[in-house]
Design a protein around this ligand. Structure first.
Ligand code: GDP
Ligand code: ADP
Length: 205
């Protein structure tokens, strides 16, 4: 069976990764979403096992020690990580999975899965990015400034990615990501070995 695609959606905090992913979820129900582990406190309305697996620092360190995470990163004072087993089982079952993670973690996934599809979400401008972070109302002024500084550095990592998707309108961004996924399924590499087998079969016949 052909393996599923491992798709990584990344980009600076506040660019709209979460928003785009939740709309994509409705548009592409066949796409599997990876739920991360984190040591951050749940926000209002967030549920354990749905938005994140909320862990203590000790529990998170235990997951690292037991090699249960495909990657992990410390981001603005908290740990975030991708449970390995779920990702590996999903792609082995031929299903596509999407990881919505920050840029350091995305680069670590690239080292382990260079065949993954790496998508960088871009804000229309840095001013708009700051407005999105501020408008969300989940961060203090200090955290917003810190996140903005981090975001500017993160933009430099775009060159490591396969695709850049502008998040001007959420629907447009989702449409671009859907198009990328369709195109990735059409890569000739997926068909070359099947085609070679067909040729061998017809030569024998
Ligand atoms: N490396 C890594 N980053 C993650 C993971 N899960 C979430 N993140 C990222 O951690 C950052 C902070 O997430 P969060 O606190 O939920 O804030 P928000 O995404 O800015 O609303 C975001 O850039 C997330 O994409 C993960 O499993 N691994
Ligand atoms: N295309 C967009 N246009 C306008 N606002 C957006 C867009 N995408 C996201 N937002 C808003 O920006 C804020 C940050 O989005 P969020 O999905 O939490 O970002 P991230 O997950 O990348 O940190 C939210 O208030 C969200 O509603």
């Amino acid at each position: 069976m052909r393996k599923g695609l491992l798709i990584v959606l990344s980009g600076p905090s506040g660019v709209g990764k979460g928003s785009v992913c939740s709309v994509l979820r409705g548009r592409m129900p066949e796409l599997v979403y990876s739920v991360s582990a984190t040591t951050r406190t749940p926000r209002q309305g967030e549920l354990d096992g749905v938005n994140y697996f909320f862990k203590s620092r000790a529990q998170f360190q235990d997951m690292i020690a037991r090699d249960m995470l495909l990657e992990h990163a410390e981001y603005v004072g908290n740990y975030y990580g991708t449970p390995r087993d779920f990702v590996e089982r999903t792609i082995a079952a031929g299903k596509d999975i999407i990881l919505e993670i920050e840029v350091q973690g995305a680069l670590k996934v690239k080292e382990k899965f260079p065949e993954g599809v790496f998508i960088f979400l871009l804000p229309p401008s840095l001013d708009e990015l700051k407005q999105r972070i501020t408008g969300r109302g989940t961060e203090s002024v200090d955290t917003i400034d810190h996140r903005m500084n981090v975001a500017v550095e993160e933009m430099n990592l775009l060159r490591h990615y396969d695709y850049a998707v502008l998040n001007d309108e959420i629907d447009q961004a989702c449409h671009r990501i859907e198009s990328i996924i369709v195109a990735e399924h059409c890569r000739k590499e997926h068909y070359l070995s099947e085609f070679t087998q067909m040729q061998h079969a017809s030569e024998k016949a």
